[in-house]
Design a binder for this molecule. Structure first.
Ligand SMILES: NC(=O)C1=CN([C@@H]2O[C@H](COP(=O)(O)OP(=O)(O)OC[C@H]3O[C@@H](n4cnc5c(N)ncnc54)[C@H](OP(=O)(O)O)[C@@H]3O)[C@@H](O)[C@H]2O)C=CC1
Ligand SMILES: O=C([O-])CC(=O)C(=O)O
Length: 262
């Protein structure tokens, strides 16, 4: 078991669950030493800190703060030689940023978050490239409202009475358009190492009690379909409630606490 000092960036719906579990010792080997969130700092005894202080204390920085936070803080974390575990994978649609984070001296790892199947898709992609890959995300209309939307589009979302397709475009465009709800599209593209192959679809469904992600891939190796239906987080309906578990498992993978399947 490896001992790892951990800082968490973002104390929102996901970060709060992650920090509570870490401080309760639920991931053997991981010791929470800092929580960075300037607008929602945690109450003591959780160790609220600035990013600078966190970098002085922690070997691993876990980003649960959003694409813009990863864009802003990621290069500083990597330049400080720390290990960065990123959840807001859509920020890496900016290839220059992605390359910067890969350049070191720190190290970048990505968390699969709300979806599964990326290990198999990744294993296949580099041996027998897929012909087509689609990820279709269905969420409640209110969770899909965006500041860039025209008032007519926002009103359609607010007043939707049935499901409809809101956007269909390459993963890079969709993850930028829906930065808090379509990181999964980026994660599929990153797992395949091919941003251009992955088409992402966003569906607004007023009847969607669960957030659904359907990944369909076809190619010479076979046909693959993963369908995930997650309960939304009660604290933030844009995010699935299971995501903190994925983050904790990823941290456990780094300490050696997540046994079994790799
Ligand atoms: N890969 C995946 O499958 C998934 C990825 N995600 C990613 O995780 C992110 C977090 O989700 P969630 O917890 O639900 O979101 P929340 O909005 O509930 O929490 C995010 C928190 O991070 C804070 N924050 C913003 N910028 C910074 C910063 N630079 N440093 C420290 N803290 C910061 C926010 O503060 P403020 O409110 O003031 O901005 C907020 O308190 C999402 O935005 C999304 O990018 C989410 C779900 C799945
Ligand atoms: O939690 C989810 O269902 C997916 C999500 O928000 C994202 O990919 O950003």
């Amino acid at each position: 078991m490896k001992e790892l000092t951990v800082a968490v960036l973002g104390h929102g719906a996901i970060g709060a669950v992650v920090t509570a579990a870490l401080s309760a010792g639920e991931v053997p080997g991981a010791r929470l030493v800092a929580v960075v969130d300037p607008t929602a700092p945690p109450a003591p005894p959780l160790p609220a800190a600035s990013l600078d202080i966190a970098l002085g204390r922690a070997e691993l920085i876990v980003e649960c703060a959003g694409q813009s936070a990863l864009r802003e803080a990621g290069p500083t974390v990597i330049a400080a030689g720390r290990h960065l575990l990123a959840l807001s994978t859509g920020a890496l649609a900016d290839s220059a940023l992605h390359q910067r984070l890969l350049a070191g001296p720190g190290r970048l790892s990505l968390c699969a978050g709300a979806v599964g199947g990326l290990d198999l898709l990744s294993a296949i992609a580099h041996r027998a490239p897929f012909d087509s890959v689609t990820i279709r995300t269905t969420k409640s209309p209110r969770s899909l409202l965006q500041p860039w939307m025209a008032e007519s589009e926002a009103a359609r979302l607010r007043n939707a009475t049935g499901p409809y397709e809101l956007m269909r475009a390459p993963a890079r465009e969709v993850t930028r358009a829906f930065p808090a709800t379509s990181n999964v599209a980026a994660s599929v593209a990153l797992a395949l190492g091919d941003w251009d192959l992955v088409e992402a679809v966003v569906v607004a469904d007023p009847g969607a009690a669960l957030s659904r992600h359907e990944i369909v891939a076809t190619g010479p190796a076979g046909q693959y379909r993963f369908e995930i239906a997650n309960r939304p987080s009660p604290a933030n309906p844009r995010s699935s409630a299971v995501v903190p578990y994925a983050v904790l498992r990823a941290i456990g993978g780094l300490t050696g606490a997540s046994g079994g399947i790799v």
